[in-house]
Design a protein around this ligand. Sequence first.
Ligand code: FAD
Length: 428
Amino acid sequence: MSCPDADLLIAGGGLAAQRCCETLRRLGFDGRIVVLCEEPSTPYDRPPLSKSVLIDEREPEGLSFRPASWYEEHDVELLLGVAAAELDLAERTIVLSERASAAGPGGRRDAGRMRFKELLIATGSRPRRLQGIPVGGAVHELRTHEDALLLRAALRERDGRLAILGAGLIGMEVAAAARALGREVTLIEAAETPLARVLPPALGSWIAYLHRLHGVDVRLATAVERVSLQEGSARLELSDASVLDAAGVLVAVGTSPATEWLASAGLGPGAIYTDAGGRTELPGVYAAGDAACFPDPFLKLPLPSQHWEAAVRQGVAVARSIVGLPPAPPAPSMFWSDQHGHRIQFVGHATPDCEIELDGDPATGESFAAWIARAGRPQGALLVDRPQSLPAARARIAGAEEPSVSSGEKSSDNNNHSKRGALWPAYR
Ligand code: FAD
C-alpha cells in the first residue's frame, strides 16, 4: 500500500488546525500540509452551534472558516471524512480510517497510512457521556454541525420541556436559546453553582440568577440518578427524589480530549502536555487546542483550556515553532459566552478565596464588571456586557498595572463595593 509523505500532517481539521495552517503560509512555510478531517465538512467555527444556529439566525453550512478555494490557493490538502486511527511512532506514520457509509453511522474502513515529518495533534474534544443515558432519539449532545441540526429540529418540532444535564457553558447557552424559542427548560447541575470549576461561587450564583430571571428552572446540587426513555420522551429521577418528564434531554456535562487514537503510541488518554510552543515530548510532534494542555503563563502550571481563544493562540504558537520562531507574548486566558442577550467574558482565573470588587450592580440586569483579586493582586475579571473593558482586564492581570483591586475603572454610578458572599437575591 502506498504511503505518501506530508511535511506537516495535522490530525483534526478544527480551529487550532486552521490557525496553524494560515500562520504557516503567512510565515512562508512552503512544505506539504495535509489535514485529516474526521467530519465531512471543511473546518468550521463551533461557538454559533449553541447560539445563533439554534435560534435560526444562522445556518450551520455558513460557518466554514474559509471557502473551499482558500485551501487550493494556499496548498493545504484537506482529507474530508478521514480520521487518524492510530499513530505509529517508529514509522512516523498515521493509520487512516474513513467513514464507511455501508457500515452505518460510526462505521469505519481502513484508508491506508500517511507518513509525516512533523505532526500536529489537533483533534479537539468530545462531549462526555453519562452511563445509562445513551445519546440518540430524545437524548442529545452538542459538538458538531450534525448535533446542532438534530437539536434544532427537536427544539422546533417537539413540544414539551428540555432537560439539560450540566450547567457548563454549552448547557447554559442552549438553555438560553431554548427559552428564546419559547421552550420550558430545566437545567440540572450537580455542583452548588454553575461553572464551579472556573467561577467563584458568588459569580456562579449570579449566572444561576440570570437564568432564573429568564424562566429557566435551575436545579443546583442535584444529580440525575436515572433516565427512562419512552417513545420520544424521557423521565428523569433526580437526587432530591423528584421526577421530571421531558420531551428532550441534552447531556452537557463537559468534554474529554479526543486523544484515544494515540493510545498505542503511549500518549493520552487526556490532554497532551506541551511547552509554550506546542511541542510534546516527542520530537516533531506538536499539540494544540482542546486536545492539548499548554502551560498557563501566569499560573505557571499546565492547564487544559478548551476555549476558542486558546485554540487560536496555540495553533499560531505551533506554526511559529515549526518555522523556528518563539511563541507570541503570553496573554491571560479568556472565554466568552452569550446567554439571554448578555455577552459574558471571563479573563484570567479565580480561586475560591478571592476578593471580588464590583463595578456596576449585577442585580439590575445592566452591564457590570467583577474584578477578581487575591491578596490584592489582580487574578481575573468577569465582564458582563463590558467588551470595552477587556483590554484593561487583560493588562491588569498580566501585571501591566499596579497589582491592586482598587486601581480599576470606577463606575459612573459610584457603586463599587467589595463582597465575598452573594451579590444579588439568592434563590435556591
Ligand atoms: P475542534 O474545533 O473541535 O476541531 C477538532 C476537529 O478534529 C473536529 O472537527 C473533530 O471532528 C476532528 N477529529 C476528532 N478526532 C479526530 C481524528 N481521530 N482524526 C481526524 N479528525 C478528528 N469557546 C469559547 O471561548 N466561547 C464560546 O462561546 C464557545 N462556544 C462553543 C459552543 C459549542 C457548541 C462548542 C462545541 C464549543 C464552543 N467553544 C467556545 C469552544 C471552542 O469552539 C473550542 O475550544 C475550539 O473549537 C477548539 O478547537 P480545536 O481545533 O481544538 O477543536
